[in-house]
Design a protein around this ligand. Structure first.
Ligand code: F6P
Length: 480
């Protein structure tokens, strides 16, 4: 009987060294690993993921990398290979290319160090190809998640043509001009690697179109590798938006720790209106422009001074990367500057006095507080520069109790499902600070009937499609 093997960089369990040097287990973090874990819990499915450092490797050697009800296959890679593949190529090259984040006059610089990192990325993909080839039975289905494995499709096609392979991308895919930033041979290798998969899936049609556009450009000899041989034919593609584990998220939001966090947050904002957001601390999330838009609203419409608070929950992500640390510093600095310029008295903060801090920023990984912010907000601001899906755009409307208005970037994958012909989310161009300020004002001043209608429409769209539907679409795509 054919089985399913899941492949991802981050698995359902990682370890870190505790204060006494002991190993501390950390359950799946991030949208992808936690969504997949909820879906597969108890199913016995084989899940191959990569060790993320020394603590994970030690856990593997001690037999601790184990989750009941799953068949975990930890793929062990050394620190240097992991750094080259995850930090340099996946998260500071491919992530930047697919999200259009490069500050092009300065970055990227594809020097010999970067070339070594590309070698590391190949080795990392090969390590996964070895593990899957060894473990898979005849004709098994392999569902590969994300941009860490762009080369695995070709490697598996060459070694195990019997397998049914699917790649699902949780980020956008670069537009052709942006893919052309990569060195010609690298872009060509990436497209060839992806063409090796039986099918490639995306959260929305826009990313699928960019993906196909890259093959078309390469085929005309005008994409990556001008003057080179024509590129490969595109693989079969499909669009399958990730939905929520609706009951699971609703249960989480109803828990006592979220109620306690909501009570604390209410004290902090002191009865004022709330514009909230909850994101990983990450450049594509556009947190700084969101705060600048909030500031612009205070300047353009001074009637809001003292009457509204921007609650920003930005929890740590990929802290080994200089770019992410610099972005976090920018977020903190911007919040401080705005609070210094506009804040009054002592409060808006923990003391809850009469004073007002326009921005309440939390930097810790505090899921109950993030959920609390989503439940009590009047407006949820999600303005990424570009985002594969953005699950917070679905979680927020599901758990919100205030008929909150969703202000959503048209560059988030979720936009396709949640704009609802102009009757759902309010759309913003993520680069347009003044336009975003206007959208925040429109959301805050919308009639209660208008709010209820939009919130109901968005919630309806969120519950219509679940994570299980997304998974079923991948399995169907594997069958061809
Ligand atoms: O959204 C893309 C993605 O890679 C997800 O798949 C993942 O959940 C999230 O970013 C966090 O990434 P990381 O595992 O690098 O912390």
């Amino acid at each position: 009987m054919s089985r399913t093997i899941v492949v991802s960089n981050r698995g359902p369990l990682t370890f870190r060294a505790g204060p006494d040097g002991d190993l501390v287990a950390v359950p799946a973090a991030g949208g992808l690993a936690s969504s997949v874990h909820r879906l597969l819990a108890g199913s016995g499915t084989t899940w191959a993921s990569v060790t993320m450092g020394a603590a994970d490797r030690e856990a593997v050697s001690k037999g601790l990398m184990h989750v009941d009800g799953l068949d975990l296959v930890p793929v062990v890679v050394d620190d240097e290979t992991y750094r080259q593949a995850y930090d340099v190529v996946a998260n500071t090259t491919l992530w930047y290319v697919h999200h259009h984040l490069f500050d092009l006059p300065n970055r990227p610089r594809f020097d010999r160090h970067w070339r070594q990192a590309w070698e590391g990325y190949r080795a990392y993909n090969r390590a996964m190809a070895d593990a899957v080839s060894e473990r898979a039975g005849d004709g098994d289905t392999v569902l590969v998640q994300d941009y860490h494995f762009s080369l695995l499709g070709r490697m598996l096609a060459e070694r195990r043509p019997d397998l049914r392979t699917v790649h699902f991308l949780h980020t956008p895919f670069a537009a052709p001009a942006m893919l052309g930033v990569l060195p010609d041979d690298v872009a060509a290798e990436l497209l060839d690697g992806m063409a090796g998969y039986g099918a490639c899936g995306f959260h929305c049609h826009k990313w699928e179109a960019d993906f196909l556009g890259c093959y078309e450009a390469a085929g005309r000899g005008r994409g990556p590798g001008p003057g080179q041989a024509r590129g490969p034919a595109a693989p079969r593609t499909f669009v399958a938006p990730l939905g929520l584990d609706v009951d699971g998220v609703a249960d989480e939001a109803a828990a006592d720790d979220v109620a306690a966090a909501a009570a604390a947050l209410r004290d902090e904002v002191g009865g004022r209106r709330v514009v909230a957001r909850a994101d990983r601390m990450e450049p594509s999330k556009n947190i700084v422009r969101g705060m600048l838009a909030f500031e612009e609203m205070l300047v353009a419409r001074p009637e809001w001074l003292g009457r509204v608070v921007h609650v920003v929950c930005a929890y740590p992500s990929r802290q080994g990367l200089a770019e992410y640390l610099a972005y976090a510093a920018d977020v903190e600095h911007t919040a401080e500057r705005i609070n210094h310029a506009f804040g009054t008295g002592s409060g808006g903060g923990d003391e809850g006095g009469d004073g007002w801090s326009p921005i309440v920023l939390s930097l810790s990984d505090d899921r109950p507080r993030s959920l609390a912010a989503l439940t009590l907000s009047d407006v949820l601001l999600i303005n990424p520069v570009r985002d594969g899906m953005n699950l917070v755009a679905k979680e927020g409307p599901l758990v919100n109790t205030q008929d909150g208005v969703l202000v959503l970037s048209r560059e988030a994958g979720a936009w396709e499902e949640l704009e609802l012909g102009g009757e759902g989310a309010l759309g913003v161009n993520p680069f347009d600070v003044a336009g975003t300020a206007d959208a925040l004002h429109a959301a805050l001043t919308m009639s209660s009937e208008g709010r209820a209608a939009r919130a109901g429409a968005v919630r309806g769209a969120v519950v219509r499609r679940t994570a299980a539907d997304w998974w079923a679409d991948q399995l169907a795509a594997a069958q061809g």
